[in-house]
Write a protein that binds this ligand. Structure first.
Ligand code: AMP
Ligand code: GLY
Length: 423
C-alpha cells in the first residue's frame, strides 16, 4: 500500500525508515520530510495542519495509510477530519481522535482523566485569570520547588519549575494574566513536585487492545550532567536498564491498564501511540504527562528494536486487531545521540554543510533538521541528526554512536558527550 508519514523530524525519518523495510510498503511519502526522508521516500511540501492539502495529497497518490508524527494535527482533529470525510474515512489513520488527543492538548484534562481513573499522579489544582489569588494561596501550601504547567500546547516550553515562592507567584501571574504562553496559559496546572527518576513508556493501542513497546529514557537538557535549558531531547536509551519486572508490572497494572480502560469507558476513539512520561519515586511510578504520539528522539531507539513488520503492526492498530499480533523485540540496547546546531535551543544558524554522513557504517543516521540544497545536505533546524546504534550493552552502543559522530562535521556542531551518564 502507499503510505504517508506526517512530520519532518528524526521521529518521522525513523518511521519512514522502518516502513520502507516492509514488503507491503509500495510508495512512501513524507510531508514535509527532510533530507534523510528524501533519500527513501517522496517528500511532499505541505503543512501538517493543512488538512485540505493533506486530503489532496492522499487522494492524488492513492495513499491507504497515514502515520501522524507530531501532536499539532492530532490536537486539531485530523482523525475526526478523516472519519468525517467520505473520500477519506476508510484510510487507515494512525493517531487518536481529537478527544483522545486532549490528553496532551490540555494538562488539566489529562489530570482530570488520571484522577477519574485512579492513575497515580502528582497532587494538583488548576487556575485561571479569575483565580490567580487562589493559585498563589495554593502555592503557599506546597513545598519547593514549584511546578507550573500551561494547560495548552506550548511547543514543549510550558512547564516551569521554580525554587522561590515569590518568583513562582510572579510567574503564575505572568502565565494567567499576561499570556506568557499565549492562549496555552489561560489555564495553569500547579502541582506537587515529584523527586525521582524519569522514564517513558510507549503504548500502542487500537482503542481496545494494547501493546507495551520498549521503554526509553531521554536526556532533555542542553548541557552535560542534565544542566541548562530544556530541549526537545539530546539523546535516548532503550531499554531503560533499571526497569525490572516488578516495576514494569506496577506500571502496567496501575498505569497502562487503567489508561486504556479509561479510554474505553469514556468511548474515546484511539488508534495510535500513548507516550506516558513517568517519575519513579521510591520505586513507585507516577504519571507526569501523557503525549498522544511517539517521542523524539525516543522513536529513534524504540522503533529500531521492534522486529515486526511496521505496516502489519500499524494496520492492526487501525483495524482493532492488535490482540492478534505478537510483538517481536530485539533484546539489544539502542542508543541515540542528537547532533545539534550551536546555540540551540536558543538562536542558531541554518544552512551549514554537513559532511561525513556517508562515512558512518556502524550506526543508523536519522535526519532531523536537514535539507538538500544543490546536491548537498545542509542543516535546517536546531536538532540536526540523531545517531542510533545497537549492541548487547548500552555502553557499547553509545560508544558506537560517539565513534560515528567523530566522522561528522558542520559549523558550530554540538552534542552531549554524557548520554546515559546516570545509568
Ligand atoms: P512536561 O512538559 O510535562 O514533559 O514537563 C517537562 C519536565 O518537567 C518533565 O520532563 C519533568 O522533568 C518535569 N516535571 C513535570 N512535572 C513534574 C513534577 N510534578 N515533578 C517533578 N518534575 C516534573
Ligand atoms: N522527547 C520528548 C518528546 O518527544 O516529547
Amino acid at each position: 500500500m502507499n503510505i504517508l508519514v506526517l512530520g519532518s523530524g528524526g521521529r518521522e525519518h525513523a518511521f519512514a525508515y522502518k516502513l520502507s523495510q516492509s514488503p507491503r510498503c509500495e510508495k512512501l511519502f513524507v510531508a514535509p520530510g527532510n533530507a534523510g526522508t528524501s533519500f527513501i521516500a517522496n517528500n511532499v511540501k505541505l503543512s501538517v495542519t493543512d488538512f485540505q492539502a493533506i486530503k489532496q495529497c492522499v487522494l492524488a497518490n492513492e495513499i491507504k495509510m497515514v502515520v501522524v508524527g507530531p501532536e499539532d494535527p492530532l490536537v486539531q482533529g485530523i482523525y475526526n477530519f478523516f472519519k468525517g470525510d467520505n473520500a477519506l474515512k476508510n484510510i487507515l489513520l494512525i493517531g487518536p481522535s481529537r478527544r483522545g488527543a486532549l490528553l496532551e492538548g490540555s494538562k488539566q484534562r489529562a489530570k482530570e482523566f488520571m484522577m477519574h481513573h485512579n492513575i497515580p499522579t502528582a497532587a494538583y489544582m488548576a487556575f485561571t485569570k479569575e483565580s490567580v489569588e487562589a493559585g498563589k494561596q495554593f502555592l503557599e501550601t506546597l513545598s519547593p520547588p514549584y511546578v507550573l504547567k500551561a494547560d495548552g500546547l506550548a511547543a514543549g516550553k510550558g512547564v516551569l519549575i521554580i525554587n522561590d515562592i515569590s518568583e513562582a507567584k510572579t510567574e503564575l501571574e505572568n502565565m494567567l494574566s499576561h499570556s506568557k504562553f499565549g492562549a496555552a496559559s489561560e489555564k495553569v496546572v500547579v502541582e506537587e513536585f515529584l523527586d525521582g527518576i524519569e522514564l517513558s513508556i510507549f503504548v500502542l493501542t487500537d482503542g481496545k487492545n494494547y501493546k507495551v513497546l520498549p521503554t526509553a529514557k531521554d536526556y532533555k537538557r542542553i548541557g552535560e550532567g542534565d544542566k541548562g535549558l530544556n530541549t526537545g531531547g539530546m539523546g535516548a536509551i532503550s531499554p531503560v536498564p533499571f526497569v525490572d519486572e516488578v516495576l514494569m508490572n506496577k506500571i502496567e497494572e496501575r498505569i497502562v491498564k487503567p489508561t486504556i480502560n479509561g479510554l474505553i469507558a469514556e468511548e474515546i476513539e484511539y488508534n495510535g501511540f500513548v507516550f506516558i512520561g513517568l517519575i519513579i519515586v521510591n520505586s513507585e511510578p507516577f504519571v507526569i504527562e501523557y503525549n498522544v504520539r511517539m517521542g523524539d528522539p525516543e522513536t529513534e531507539v524504540v522503533l529500531p528494536r521492534i522486529d515486526n513488520d511496521l505496516v502489519d503492526l500499524l494496520e492492526a492498530t487501525a483495524k482493532q486487531t492488535l490482540d492478534q499480533v505478537t510483538l517481536e523485540i530485539d533484546p539489544r540496547s539502542a542508543t541515540t545521540v542528537m547532533v545539534v546546531s550551536g546555540g540551540y535551543p536558543e538562536a542558531y544558524e541554518k544552512g551549514k554543510k554537513i559532511s561525513g554522513i556517508e562515512r558512518i557504517g556502524d550506526s543508523i543516521v536519522f535526519h532531523a533538521g536537514t535539507i538538500q540544497k544543490d546536491g548537498e545536505v545542509v542543516t535546517n533546524g536546531g536538532r540536526v541528526l540523531a545517531i542510533t546504534s545497537l549492541d548487547k550493552d548500552f555502553r557499547i552502543a553509545l560508544k558506537k554512536s560517539y565513534q560515528s559522530i567523530d566522522e561528522l562535521s558542520f559549523a558550530k556542531m554540538y552534542y552531549r558527550t554524557d548520554i546515559g551518564f546516570d545509568l
